[in-house]
Design a protein around this ligand. Structure first.
Ligand code: C5P
Length: 221
């Protein structure tokens, strides 16, 4: 079954501070997006790759990625719209879809392959997760603690998130409002989402601190 990738890369990256869109910020001399595409291309099971780029940078991004055989489309104002645009551009032979944030530039091949394996085992949707390390509290608008949330059954969720294409397309079609991940849409449609083990290396580059961590991860190899 052909596995395709949709890579949302159209975010501004405001939390990184002023500058070019996040996916084009440099990490060790190369844009985050190039690192992310290279990681996905290194996965034996990955076929067609579609990148959703900032609408005014589609040509530049396509030029940046000539070596990697990817299709670049214009993303949207919300992550979910960027994913929908990429999904619509995947070729028809793609049956399984991995949605992977360009900002998770250092995802290990093993995590990608674990998601694909869960889909090939019959899951309609699969996401990489890690246990939550911190104690989590719900806080009121005045900053006061409302409750401590037991963390045993909490997980933080990464990408790539994998789906049967028909399941993901239907979830996007029936979406009400914006969700921060695709598994959320599929859950809302009543589909069971399987978890697999993620990796600390698959963290999302969001802040300047994360860029420092990413450089250290790259140096470690
Ligand atoms: O905003 P956040 O960091 O959660 O974004 C996760 C991923 O979604 C990033 O790779 C970002 O480029 C992408 N994104 C997008 N289109 C948007 C907003 C975010 O493709 N409008």
């Amino acid at each position: 079954m052909t596995v395709g990738v949709v890579m949302p890369a159209a975010g501004a990256g405001a939390r990184l501070g002023p500058g070019v869109p996040k996916a084009l910020r440099e990490l060790a001399g190369e844009p985050l997006l190039v690192h992310a595409v290279r990681r996905l291309r290194a996965c034996p099971s990955v076929g067609p790759v579609v990148v959703a780029a900032p609408p005014d940078a589609v040509g530049d991004v396509q030029a940046l990625l000539t070596a990697y055989d990817v299709l670049v489309v214009a993303g949207g104002a919300e992550r979910q719209a960027s994913v929908a645009a990429g999904l619509a551009a995947l070729p028809p032979q793609v049956w399984l879809v991995l949605v992977h944030d360009a900002a998770r530039a250092l995802v290990p091949v093993e995590v990608v392959e674990a998601v694909v394996a869960a889909l090939l085992d019959g899951a309609a949707a699969a996401v990489p997760v890690l246990p939550v390390q911190d104690t989590i509290k719900r806080v009121g608008i005045g900053g006061e603690v409302l409750e401590t949330v037991p963390r045993e059954d909490l997980r933080s969720v990464q990408t790539p998130q994998g789906f049967r294409r028909d399941v993901l397309e239907e979830a996007h079609r029936s979406a009400r409002g914006w969700m921060t991940d695709d598994a959320g849409l599929v859950e809302a449609a009543g589909v069971t989402v399987q978890t697999v083990l993620g990796s600390p290396d698959a963290f999302k580059v969001t802040t300047p601190f994360d860029l420092l961590v990413a450089e250290a991860v790259l140096r470690r190899g």
